[in-house]
Write a protein that binds this ligand. Sequence first.
Ligand code: TRP
Length: 453
Amino acid sequence: MNEQQNHKGFVSKIGLVLATAGAAVGLGNIWRFPTTTGQNGGAAFILVYVLFTLVLCVPGMVAEFIVGRNGACAAKQAYAKAGGKKAWGLLGIIGMIACSVILGFYNVIAGWTLYYLGMAVGDQVLGDPEHVAEGFGAMMSSMWIPSVMGILFMLLTHGIIVRGVQNGIEKASKIMMPLFFVLLIVLIFAGFTLPGAWKGVEFLFKPDFSKVTADVMFEALGQAFFSLSLGAACLCTYASYFRKDVNLISSTAQIVGIDMSVAILAGLMVFPAVFAVGVEPNAGPGLVFMTLPNVFYQAFPYGVAYVVSVLFYALLALAALTSTISLHEIGTAVIAEEFKMDRKYSAWIITVLCSIITVLSALSLGPVEMGFFGMTLFDNFDSFASNMLLPLGAFCTCILVGWVMKRETVVEQLTSGGLFPRSGLFINTFFFLVRFVCPIFIVAIFMYKMGVL
Ligand code: TRP
């Protein structure tokens, strides 16, 4: 059996786009996007985020897909193959580190989701704003709850990972994604009925450009990469399962389109409630959890509110799960191949290491003061992985595809072996973006942030 056959492809084309979109859509859209938007002043931040997504992330994503499908193997070897030198495999390792750190702190929020699901089932979530705030505070200050829930979520992911790729990921995302989308729309309309909701819409869409500082750009860059799972060898791993007749360009467009819409919809769902209930938009990681229960409670009759709250947290937990699966898979695959180890064991290594990060992050948000540079340890992990490692990974991937890989190989992937012909202008534009625009922009934003520029 050759490598290609061994590395089985996704069964259907639509399954592939949905599974990759499932990995991209997650807490990054529903939780992190509103949180960072709130902390960075609203509309102007969103514009910068959209701009970065379109100009930097779209070509970046195509580049990562090219490396992955061309390799048709685990990330480290795929990068080494694309670059023609073993050293390029280092990018797979950096990606694995980024994914594992992200998985570590991501699990804290995923754990909150699970906790809220339990509370929603037990009818403990609904109530007036005071009740909601108290409930959140009680969870956060507990020594045990966030850590235990985070580890529980990690074990859930672990269980799915050891059962293999297709079954778990593909089935779950096919059913879940469309349903979640519908629920988001319902909740947006519900939120609009709250008094004072309109201020939230203004916050999202009326930009104040004086707010675009170096920090805002840096955060928008991190958010754009985080939300698309870009720059951490994750998409490369997914693309290694893509069949030869998958159109990389239209798949990218679909995934970016879905991911960005879900993020903006999440903003529309959260901010009207933020202003209606009087929570500060820059409240931090708790923002979504402190506001949404108010929408459920105030906009629907009680019975409906109960059903909606259970459904919402269940779907959010599932959305988080498709993302944690993708984050876990990278490390599990790299360690298994690197040390010729059974996946059962390599999965445990990731699970244990990431759980340590989960516990430290969880404690730093509540009962134990920990962290550097005036931030919590949770934010330290987030900032290091999302704002630094992801752009670094994407930068190197663009250099690799733009300058190092053979042009024919890149063109072959761009056109899926000639199946989807592209004009010379299209191909040259792609090369211009990955050779110059993406790398220069990324470096410039880093220099701007450091005060060099
Ligand atoms: N993009 C996912 C989200 O929005 C999180 C995620 C999954 C991720 N896999 C990743 C982030 C790989 C960075 C790298 O929730």
